[in-house]
Design a protein around this ligand. Sequence first.
Ligand code: ARG
Length: 468
Amino acid sequence: MSEMEKPSAGAAGNAMWGGRFDKAPHELVEAFNASVHFDQRLWPHDIEGSIAHARMLGAQGIISGEDALRIEGGLRQVRAEIEAGAFVWKRELEDVHMNIEHRLTDLIGPVGGRLHTGRSRNDQVALDMHLYARAEFGAVMGAAADLQAALVDMAEANMDVIIPGYTHMQRAQPVLLAHHMLAYFWMLERDKGRLADAMKRADVSPLGAGALAGTTFPVDREAVARQLGLSGLYENSMDAVSDRDYLIEGLAALSLVMVHVSRLAEELILWTSQEFSFVELDDAFTTGSSIMPQKKNPDVAELARGKAGRVFGHLQALLVTCKGLPLAYNKDLQEDKEGFFDAVDTVKLTLELFAAMLKTAKVRRDSVAAALHGDFSAATDMADYLVERGLPFRQAHEVVGRLVRYCLEKKQTLGDLSEPELKTFSELLDAAVLQRLSPSAVVGARTSRGGTAPAAVARQLEMARAML
Ligand code: ARG
């Protein structure tokens, strides 16, 4: 086709690939096939990638330098139109790539058709998704860091607050509230590590792979990658166009973020219940009931717990999409996008909300203090006391177990025991043990690294601050 000829929509109605067709796609096929309603969000990356590709084509003499400049100018104009909200996305043009290229040719004429030299939509879409994923992994890491900062602030503001610690959802040993909150700091720290790792695999350029086998043109793949700030290249063109590992890894990392936020959500739901009353959420992060006037519901936390399942679903969906695919590109891969986009949107919004919600949450110090009384969460400390006096731990455990049963029968706690009573259970016990049983003594005694003693938690807090 000479440059003077306009690309013809022909009978097929599609200027991008209509040449060999007699008929346009069935209306339902058009609806089924189109991705522009969701992949249009890739436009900044699509244009950035096309500019890098056009410059390389010019520099390599694959197209003239003048054409490369005209293409770049046209792409900038398309970008301006999209930014201004003036761009008209067309479903019949299928996807973001063809919408942009079509508009480019509208603007600069048939020379726009030279942009796609040595490139396929298969390596183009892969490039767009790599750039998108790399940027979004960074954005999620930032949102995770903001939630970490909120956790650290909450820990610091409540260093003197002791809450019951639970195992099996039964009172176990008291802990600092700060210690409890900082546990989530470390989970998010690992999440950021996983996202950074997925980002490394997103940080490679598939461009130059063509449809699957490479290209006949003397492209400079390194130059394109360099211009886009991508650190590496795929070494196999078939791998380059069919790889979605970096998205699956990303979805796995995002799923774990949601596991962690959902666990925190569950705690907040429990803690804001009347039964616990450890925390009160700000009105702005709760909702009321249309029938029960007294209600203040932790909907944000419940939705976060609910949305976790949705993100896990996207991971599962992409695993299943990829598992049976022969090499190389298959249209099934277009299904990678909606789930990934939704996962990114969901996780970012959830993290942002949790940071804001924690910043405004109030710890109900009175009810937390009241919750610490009348339980047996100092029992381990009584056993440890016997161990210090020479009794093997297993025997000490047995002695204190019998003491607990005795107290339960008498409807009292360990702290109510008299010295003569203690002596009937073990000669090694005396009244001094009673000093060890207050929540602050129990907490203060756990000075091991990573333990809940104020000094150990202060050290942890300092590390956390330094890491942020
Ligand atoms: N919209 C497609 C996708 O998201 C772009 C690549 C299509 N390639 C093709 N040969 N039909 O995967």
